[in-house]
Design a protein around this ligand. Structure first.
Ligand SMILES: [Zn+2]
Length: 90
């Protein structure tokens, strides 16, 4: 009985076979950088207005994807071995 399909090679994974889950999380790095005197003296209201206008053109989903994405993939044993060695491919 097939219980899953490998998301990498599309091979069926049968009941009782080893199956792996690759969880990939991509998120905006929290290192905002140093705040300078020039930053503090700049016109923050106009910068906020500019950012709001830029966000208005994006959907809620696009805004979320810009900040955080979590995906899970089912892998067969062969793909797990290759994935852990080269998660970003060749
Ligand atoms: Zn596979």
């Amino acid at each position: 009985m097939i219980t899953h399909i490998c998301d990498r090679c599309s091979k069926p994974i049968f009941k009782g076979e080893l199956r792996y889950i690759a969880r990939i999380e991509v998120f905006a790095a929290p290192d905002a950088g140093e705040i300078t005197i020039a930053d503090l003296l700049s016109d923050q209201a106009s910068e906020i207005d500019r950012l709001i206008k830029a966000c208005e053109k994006m959907t809620e989903e696009e805004l979320m994807r810009d900040v955080h994405v979590l995906r899970e993939f089912d892998l067969c044993r062969a793909c797990q071995k290759e994935f852990v060695l080269q998660p970003l491919g060749d």
